[in-house]
Design a protein around this ligand. Structure first.
Ligand SMILES: Cc1cc2nc3c(=O)[nH]c(=O)nc-3n(C[C@H](O)[C@H](O)[C@H](O)COP(=O)(O)O)c2cc1C
Length: 203
């Protein structure tokens, strides 16, 4: 049995419809102190690579970080830069002082970080990778896991020194870091605006 077949049979995803998953997946920011095993991560990656990609180029690669010290180091490094970043200083919704708060961790204590990276293959590798990210987040939801994309880690993960530390070779570009873990509490639904239809040219 493949990892995908097994997940379909054994996880709660087996009973969640695609349509429910599309509406009920949330950005989870509260996690249990519980590790995710290797098989579960490999299963998530199998679902990620089922995503469509332009000319089926499959231009993705993955770096996984589960070492708590390294996750803390990345968070601390990111916060140092973010605290000085004018883009955040002007954001009313995000007070800059959270980056100065030692208790704030940009990964919210999640046990696992999966960095989805793009190779230079295909026509639109970054777009392809974002599709893989969504696949992975929906699969995680189906498997009872929480996820949250962490754009706050973009800058630090794209530095040569951090890429080297994480074993991300030249030619692989970190597109989206996604935390994964077991949610410790339910996440309320976030509001959505109705679709903005610009024009509808009928028959
Ligand atoms: C590209 C991208 C980057 C994001 N970066 C962060 C982040 O750094 N920290 C965070 O807490 N949430 C981050 N999010 C999560 C969004 O805030 C969240 O998806 C949005 O508020 C809608 O909530 P929902 O996913 O629960 O529906 C990011 C989402 C995306 C798509």
């Amino acid at each position: 049995m493949t990892l995908i077949e097994e997940a379909k049979k054994t996880t709660k995803g087996a009973s969640i419809s695609v349509l429910d998953a599309l509406c009920d997946r949330r950005a989870v920011r509260h996690y249990m102190d519980k590790a995710i095993d290797e098989k579960t991560i490999r299963t998530l990656l199998e679902f990620a690579v089922q995503a469509p990609s332009a000319i089926n180029s499959q231009p993705w690669s993955f770096a996984i970080v589960q070492k708590p010290d390294l996750l803390n180091e990345i968070s601390d490094g990111a916060k140092k830069t973010l605290a000085q970043d004018p883009r955040w200083k002007s954001e009313a919704k995000h007070a800059p002082n959270r980056f100065l708060d030692p208790a704030f961790n940009i990964f919210y204590g999640a046990s696992t970080l999966i960095i989805v990276c793009a190779t230079q293959e295909g026509l639109v590798p970054e777009a392809d990778c974002y599709l893989a990210c969504q696949n992975m987040m929906l699969a995680a939801y189906g498997m009872g896991l929480g996820t949250c994309p962490i754009g706050l880690a973009w800058d630090i993960l794209r530095t040569d020194s951090m890429k080297q530390k994480l074993g991300i070779p030249v030619g692989h570009f970190p597109v989206l870091p996604i935390i994964v873990g077991y949610p410790s509490e339910p996440t309320p639904r976030t509001p959505r605006n109705p679709p903005r239809i610009l024009n509808w040219i009928g028959a």
